[in-house]
Design a protein around this ligand. Structure first.
Ligand SMILES: *Cc1c(COP(=O)(O)O)cnc(C)c1O
Length: 473
């Protein structure tokens, strides 16, 4: 019967059908299990992904069947990053309220390019901008661009820095580009995140032009080794080392760099949030003297992916460097989000961001962030007690680095932990050696989750050692 209808008529029927109820029911079923299920998909679920392989269909499908297919073979093949035992990379979970806000807002499908395209998005961006500047204690003239994450935010920070440094030398980068422009220096710590390298490369400065500064045993830039800076220098610092979680010494570096006229950019993808916790904010002392900051909402704040911001205390530099024009553009008398981001069309990810902050308030946020830290401490204390595991970093925030007796055993143990699926951790390299990296970033992680995970570490190590022993004979 559907065959004779036009696709448009079918779409109108879809709106009135139980299509959305079906999707919602599937989502709720998923949600009810996600905290208990295996963290990584079972092999059978991974094999099920073959079901998606086909040529682009010639005929249209029933909408309900599209959703069924997705739920039947997609849901089991997800990684349960939402649950409490995913400790891979630095991956946040999702606050229920933030997920619910997104759930409502998907029906709005707002574009947050211009105020005229979405007054609600423009309003919430204005409000969240104010809240963030207050929360992080940044200069009151700081503006915020809502982007997909810290990769993009780091790029925006460098674009603004590049604009300002050259503008001060009467060179308009947006018109004249980098050819024949005065030289820009970039100074960064050895442990800068890989996305900083990408940003330096994207911004045309070139990775091999970075002046590297050695870091200490926790990955912090060594302040005494920072070369003399000048008005043509971008200094890149870090709040939250992606491995150890360590913080650069902003207090002793930022003001001094500023006095020398340098632009300071802080990559605080997950660590900037330390500022929102009374007991941890000492880690971010001094960040207010920087010029631009990067932070993710999808990591520590636990909003849905993808969501991060660039904060910049030089509105002209940020807006000018990302500027675009067109005859059809209608700038509002309030906020036009696209002025602060590289994209024009962008989904209104601020909605979930706002919901998270509104729901938690400063006290809830403080509690959650400090709990990540407590769980990380619990992890490190628990593992220390087990023979065969060593903790390599000072656990100052939410990251724990673990090594076994040899690199080989470490590598095998990571695979075994992943295979057991009770929790998920990844590997990294620390001081040239293979390590297990634990990142506590989920609101849902309980003491029990950490205990179960420690047990899984212990079991995995035992199995690895046993296997190696068996192979000897
Ligand atoms: C995760 C991370 C990034 C990259 O952020 P995305 O949101 O994944 O783009 C940059 N810097 C640090 C320190 C990070 O932890």
């Amino acid at each position: 019967m559907t065959k004779n209808k036009s696709i448009q008529d079918r779409m109108f029927s879809d709106v009135e059908s139980d299509l959305f109820k079906k999707a919602q029911a599937s989502g709720l079923e998923y949600l009810s299990k996600v905290f208990d299920r295996n963290v990584f998909p079972e092999n059978q679920a991974l094999e099920g992904l073959e079901k998606f392989i086909e040529e682009m269909p010639t005929q249209s499908e029933e909408a309900g069947k599209v959703i069924d297919l997705l739920h039947q073979f997609g849901s089991p093949a997800t990684v349960a990053t939402m649950g409490g035992r995913y400790f891979g990379f630095v991956t946040g979970s999702v606050l229920p309220v933030s997920l619910a806000a997104k759930n409502l807002s998907i029906f709005w499908d707002q574009v947050s390019a211009m105020q005229v395209m979405s007054p609600i998005s423009a309003k919430l961006e204005t409000i969240v901008e104010k809240w963030l500047v207050d929360l992080f204690h940044l200069p009151s003239n700081t503006v915020v661009g809502f982007v997909s994450g810290s990769s993009m935010a780091n790029f925006c920070g460098l674009a603004a820095a590049r604009y300002r440094i050259l503008k001060n030398q009467n060179w308009d980068i947006t018109e004249k580009g980098l050819f024949d422009a005065p030289r820009i220096r970039v100074v960064a710590g050895r442990h800068a995140h890989s996305t900083i390298l990408k940003s330096v490369s994207l911004s045309g400065i070139g990775k091999s032009n970075i002046e590297w500064v050695d870091a200490d045993d926790q990955g912090r830039i060594i302040p005494e080794l920072i070369p003399a800076l000048s008005a043509n220098t971008i200094l890149i610092l870090q709040a939250g080392n992606v491995n150890s979680g360590s913080f650069d010494d902003f207090k002793s570096i930022c003001q001094k760099a500023k006095d020398q006229g340098a632009w300071v950019h802080i990559d605080g993808a997950f660590g900037l949030w330390a500022q929102a916790s009374k007991k941890l904010k000492h880690l971010t002392d001094g960040i207010e003297f920087a010029n631009s900051w990067t932070v993710d909402a999808h990591k520590t704040l636990n909003t849905p992916y993808d969501s991060g911001v660039i904060l910049c205390a030089d509105k002209e530099a940020l807006v000018s460097s990302l500027h675009m024009t067109g005859g059809y553009i209608i700038t509002g008398n309030e906020r036009d989000g696209m002025l602060y981001t590289p994209e024009m069309s962008r989904r209104a990810r601020v909605i979930e961001f706002w919901a998270a902050l509104k729901y938690m308030g400063k006290s809830g946020l403080d509690e959650m962030i400090y709990r990540f830290h407590e769980r990380a401490i619990q992890f490190s204390e628990g593992l220390k007690k087990i023979e065969g595991f060593r903790i390599l970093n000072e656990v100052v925030f939410n990251q724990v680095l673990v090594a076994c007796e040899t690199e080989d055993i470490t590598t095998q143990t990571i695979s075994k932990i992943q295979e057991l699926r009770t929790c998920w951790v990844g590997g990294s390299t620390w001081q040239g050696k293979k390590v297990i990296r634990i990142s506590v970033c989920s609101w849902a992680t309980t003491e029990t989750d950490v205990n179960l995970s420690i047990k899984s570490f212990e079991k995995a190590l035992k199995m690895v050692l046993q296997k190696n022993e068996d192979h000897k004979f």
